[in-house]
Design a protein around this ligand. Sequence first.
Ligand code: NOJ
Length: 668
Amino acid sequence: MKALFCCAMGIILSFVNTPLFSQKIDNLAVTSPDQSIRVTVQLVKGKVFYQIMKNEHSVIAPSSIGLKFRNIPNFTDNFIVVKSTTSSYDSTWEQPWGEQRWVRNHYNELKLDLKDRSNRMLQLIFRAFNDGVGMRYHIPAQPGIDSLIIMDELTEFNFKQDEKAWWIPVHRDNSYYESIYRLTPMSQIDTANTPITFELSNGLYLAIHEANLTDYASMTLQKQQGNGFVSCLIPWSNGVKVYAKAPMNTPWRIFIIGNTPGELVTSTLMLNLNEPCVIKDISWIKPAKYIGIWWGMHMGTYTWSQGPNHGATTANTVRYIDFAAKNGFNGVLVEGWNYGWDGQWYVDGSKFSFTQPYPDFDLEYLARYAQSKNVQLIGHHETGGAVSNYEKQMEEAFQLYNRLGIRYVKTGYVNKYLDGKEWHDSQFGVRHYRKVVELAAKYHITIDNHEPIKPTGICRTYPNLMTQEGARGQEYDAWSPDGGNPPSHTTILPFTRMLAGPFDFTPGTFNFSNPANPNTRVQTTLAKQLALFVVIYSPLQMASDMPENYEGKPAFEFIKRVPCDWEKTIVPQAKIGEYVVMVRKDRNTDNWYVGAITNEKGREMSLKLDFLEPNIQYTAHIFADGDAADWKNNPYDIKIYSIPVRNTDEIPLKLAAGGGVAIEIIKQ
Ligand code: NOJ
């Protein structure tokens, strides 16, 4: 078993400054270990401002902080600094699965003990890493402060000027982040979800997000007058943002900072700002590749509900299990197996049973049959947003799956609200989603959460929260009235939503015809579908299409071979919204995988293979767009060939419009 934390070598150094009560302390600062990033805190007439610089460039201009309550006076001004403490930390830990195996957690910390006029204490904590900054509030236990009703958090995010951002709106298109990213000047934003990614005019890239969202409301950014945002927490239905008790921590507000878009992708700041794993034995948590009785429903071939086209029948599931076994997939997802789908389940999910299979689905037999073929049945809990109905049955449902040896469950919350009135991303939602992950861990079940709260790195603490949705996935290519995901979509995701963690996008559609919705389709070439297996990280990685669309297709070979757990990730070339080249080393072999994709423009690039070991012979199996390929008129044109390569070579990458290249590089 892979040990989760092998780091033990963490070093903590601390320095405490003497009490500081006056304006003299206006130079509090902390710098990253490599000295490139500097956070400065100033007190101006009792108000606290922080700012962030990278080298000589401004990242965040002076921005104030604060918290507003219903039951006690606000924490906004009249502060003095009582004490400032700096410390350093350096350790390396091993991920159970991930985009890179080893993670260095190296930072300098500044802790400020603040006191207001009524002698109430607030602590502000900053951690400066080489890849960005984390900041959080801590309200210590103290007389007069017990239960807290937080009505707003007033963290500002100010910029020097009107900067360009990739963003999605809050609750406008739907309540689970499934929007197409907009690229606009920030002056055109009203409220945005995080991660939000900026290309600053000084050339730097910045993503603002949060880490360790625990028992708190999720943070969005609301545009203010001038060039700034203020945090805006998602409320309960009664308007309260957060119910808390002192002592308490807010989630970390994080600033991922890179010289290139690729440096955002390889940042480990969010994971480092989450708590270490709390699950003692993680031997049952394993990355997996799966297929599912799924795309057929989205294309209208099957139904989730009972009837002549019911997809989740015993016979159909046997067929999928056999196909999975033959082609090396670890799992088969089956949706529509349980009572509750007949009628408008997405309006009223209270009819869902999580233990009663439909009569034409022999759950016990299929679980045994799958195991006999060394394949996992992947369970499905669609709740239709009816959380109370789910929570009543959840333990029994996990017990059932555990008894049957079912180790993965996909959950779903299709509804504008949870329980008819609460937002998915409210504190109510945060609490529910955590309850699911914790209970699932007790029954050794790994979760793939659809319609989730946005990921914030909780997967470090609970690695059984393996993947999530929380963005527009491939399913939109089946039925979206706007025609499907535009070719640029997947060239933006790695630098926005994907910074928050794995995404169950479900690449791998091979049949682009769509009789049910002729104006909607996959807007890629076939080769780009393959490249997405490398570009979009999910340790639980689904191949979306139906077996009949894979049978006999040479391109399917890449899907069979590509791993979904990585030792290392490199992003040698990328321009957000235009193209991405993602290079990853397999966690379990010496082989490398490349995914290169482009937006609607064809382009030619060249990939240096200097990441390979020197003086070693490799074979590159290349799955590239054919010479006449383009996503609109000739998407299936693909060239598959192999060449010998060494680390001094370059591979030309010729991407068609909406196209891509997928490469497997095998060590000889
Ligand atoms: C939406 C999910 O994203 C999709 O994957 C699933 O098939 C349906 N809900 C039904 O649960």
